[in-house]
Design a protein around this ligand. Structure first.
Ligand code: BGC
Length: 737
């Protein structure tokens, strides 16, 4: 009786809010997700069900028009909302080519902030913009590990470390989904190069998969409750990722408890029954656009990329369901997963059922959103070198500055490919510097060199001479070098670690002409700095900084923002020092778990710049490290406390890093592994105690013998520092069984 009257009150309340209640459970937001999904499933005809497993066009699933169930409307991801029209397709009102949205820094740059809260802010803005533009699924985050410095898509992911990548991914997914937008963690799994990405077979042992390539996906499922996972293009150990039962059914679902749906990467499906039986739920794009897609890529310079599709379209799927090659229970389970996500994300509830086309101004590129993009760009910049404190620029000392290089008068917003966002405006470094230097410093500019693929405005020797003459006449030279979206992006790996297009020569020539030379790099992955590093006092890694690039670079150069970014990826001195020279012929991960700094530590090789490295305009002291309890049991949380003091004269932020070393183990383990970190803002002279925790994940390894995670009792070193090669304090604990 009481519950009945409560139901009436609830109904009255909802109707007074304009929300219609229904006695059909699937429509009722008060009913559990599972019951709603089950109820809706039972109302669907076979044809309606069949439709749900394949896309409708380029970026949409099929809805159920009879019941008013909307399709899932997708957009790339991960660093802002991209047009959902197929590249090259005609402009249409429902799929416009020219979609503008806030462009955030690349994933690698976001990782360099070591600030999950900022990543969450970024994802919240992306979600707001997605909804305002009528999309409710974002194809991101990318959490593939940067295995080789040359991988073309390193810029999109969060670097070489599984723990850092996990923290960033979890923050992104949590914030995006809190707004009711479906996150899609990608690409599952081992998509770590672009060369032959659509055909390559990645041969990787289980321990390496578990310890390096899967943790960020696992965290996405277990900690962030991600609603969607995108399968990778490649094969993993002989089987396409999109039809890999070990990955999709065993690991993702049975072991991690994933309840959402698996979507294929675009045209990365290769079969009907094996895919559905292995756990693929949604094939993208829809078969109707496959011919156009294949046409688009028929003259692709890298050869046929291997795009394939149309396998889960109605007729093919129907034949397999009717013949029993796909069991009805398996088929229904896929549908349930899609319905569950629609329901959990709120897509079936009246308020979000359809985006309101009459809503006032769409919430895209507002001042608040711009501010998040600027904070992200500021915090992402890494000060790699700063001899004699050349930076921040002293306006008393320097009255003329020459801006030089192919990346000075253009903002390299992002890397190339599906993640490229078109912002409303894009701030160039030259504009950022001119704006800041106005009335205080005379700013001049010379191109110096053109990047490959760009129109030569004059012969290379002429450009070089102009640049060096200008540098010689100026108090200071800033050389903006690196890559562009055409040179670093999806579908191709970089050819070499070196800067392209004669930029090494340009830097050296400018440095000879002016000893106060600063280098600013746009890249999504390490570059070879060996030819000129010793000749230039200051080097800044600006990544692909998003629409606010020019402002952020000026903020750092002039000291309006004290740099706090730290490298999420090792800069090797040369490719010969690196562990994984790109082997296009085979996908053998012979280096095993020794990826990134794990490799450099093992070989005791000095990198050019270590993982975790990044300078500040102030200095920090570390003291009073405590690790408690001293003798934990496995599963017990260990608390690490350390005092950090700003000992310089400027406010700044330090990223305190905690690495673990298992002193004695039955299998070879890395010399150190990042297991906790904390970014802390400190005023001059301020001291704070930073508290971080370690749980069993900090101690365990994947034991191939027992096919499970395990930790061995004994001593563990706790290494606390400002980078993986700048360990300031050492503590320990002894693990008991
Ligand atoms: C990429 C995905 C992307 C999809 C849709 C694929 O080529 O690998 O990351 O989400 O295209 O644009």
């Amino acid at each position: 009786m009481q519950s009945l009257s409560l139901a009436i009150i609830a109904a009255l309340f909802l109707s007074s809010c304009g929300i219609k209640t229904s006695n059909e459970p699937w429509r009722n937001p008060k009913v559990t997700v599972e019951r709603r999904a089950e109820d809706l499933l039972r109302r669907l005809t076979l044809d309606e069900k069949l439709d749900l497993l394949s896309g409708d066009g380029w970026m949409s699933s099929h809805g159920i028009p009879r019941l008013g169930v909307p399709p899932i409307r997708m957009a790339d991801g991960p660093v802002g909302i991209r047009s959902w029209a197929m590249p090259g397709a005609p402009d249409k009102p429902d799929a416009p080519q020219k979609v503008r949205a806030t462009a955030f820094p690349a994933g690698i740059a976001m990782a360099a902030t070591w600030n999950p809260d900022l990543v969450a802010k970024e994802a919240r803005v992306i979600a707001q913009e997605a909804l305002a533009l009528g999309r409710n699924q974002v194809l991101g985050p990318t959490v593939n590990i940067a295995r080789t410095p040359l991988a073309g898509r390193n810029f999109e992911g969060y670097g070489e470390d599984p723990w850092l990548t996990s923290r960033m991914g979890v923050a992104y997914i949590g914030a995006l989904q809190a707004e009711g937008v479906i996150a899609t963690v990608k690409h599952f799994a081992a998509n770590n190069q672009e060369t032959r990405r659509n055909t390559i077979d990645i041969l990787v042992d289980q321990r390496t998969l578990e310890e390096i390539y899967l943790p960020a996906f696992r965290a996405a499922v277990e900690e962030a409750g991600v609603w969607s996972v995108m399968s990778a293009y490649n094969k993993v150990n002989g089987t396409w990722a999109a039809e890999n039962p070990d990955l999709l059914n065993e690991i993702l679902r049975k072991r991690w408890g994933f309840k959402g749906f698996v979507v294929s990467d675009w045209a990365g499906t290769h079969s009907t029954a094996p895919s559905v039986n292995a756990g693929l739920d949604l094939e993208m794009p829809g078969s109707s656009v496959m011919p156009a897609l294949q046409d688009l890529f028929k003259n692709f310079p890298g050869g046929n990329p291997g795009f394939d599709g149309g396998y889960l379209a109605q007729a093919k799927l129907k034949a397999m369901v009717e013949s029993g090659e796909i069991a009805e229970a398996t088929f229904n389970e896929s549908i349930r997963r899609i319905l569950r996500v629609l329901i959990s994300s709120g897509a079936l509830d009246p308020k979000t059922l359809q985006p309101d086309p009459s809503a006032a101004t769409p919430v895209v590129d507002s001042p608040d959103q711009r501010a998040v993009a600027r904070a992200a760009a500021d915090q992402s910049i890494v000060l790699l070198r700063n001899e004699q404190n050349l930076l921040p620029l002293d306006l008393q000392k320097f009255h003329t500055v020459a801006l030089i290089g192919p990346n000075a008068d253009i903002n390299r917003v992002g890397g190339g490919g599906s993640s490229a966002v078109t912002p409303d405006y894009s701030w160039k470094p030259s504009d950022g510097i001119r704006e800041r230097a106005a009335g205080k410093m005379q700013v001049t500019y010379a191109l110096g060199a053109t990047l490959e693929g760009e129109k030569e405005s004059a012969p290379a020797a002429v450009l070089l001479k102009e640049a060096t003459d200008l540098a010689a006449r100026s108090d200071l030279a800033i050389v903006f070098v690196g890559f562009s979206a055409a040179l670093e992006g999806e579908m191709a790996d970089r050819k070499s670690l070196s800067l392209p297009a004669g930029q090494d020569d340009l830097i050296q020539a400018v440095a000879r002409a002016n000893k106060n030379t600063i280098v600013v790099i746009n890249s999504g992955s390490p570059v070879d700095v060996s030819k000129w590093l010793a000749q230039v006092p200051a080097v800044v890694e600006a990544w692909y900084p998003g629409q606010e690039g020019g402002h952020a670079i000026a903020d750092v150069l002039f000291g309006d923002f004290n740099p706090s970014g730290k490298l999420p990826i090792t800069f090797p001195k040369s490719m010969a020092d690196s562990f994984a020279p790109l082997d296009a012929a085979k996908g053998e991960y012979k280096e095993g778990i020794f990826v990134g700094y794990r490799h450099f530590d093992r070989k005791n090789t000095q990198p050019a710049f270590a993982f975790g490295h990044g300078l500040s305009y102030t200095t920090f002291d570390y003291s009073n490290l405590t690790v408690t309890p001293a003798s934990p049991r496995y599963g017990q949380t260990v608390t690490v406390r350390v005092s950090v003091k700003n000992t310089g004269s400027r406010a700044g932020a330090e990223v305190v890093q905690v690495y673990i070393h298992d002193v004695k183990s039955s299998v070879e383990r890395p010399v150190k592994e990042l297991k906790a970190f904390q970014r802390v803002d400190l005023k001059p002279g301020e001291e704070q105690v930073v508290t971080m925790t370690l749980d069993r994940r900090s101690m365990w390894f994947y034991d191939p013998l027992v096919k499970d995670w395990a930790a061995e009792p004994g001593e563990f070193d706790v290494l606390v520092g400002a980078s993986s090669r700048d360990i300031r304090l050492k503590g320990k604990f002894t693990l008991y069984e």
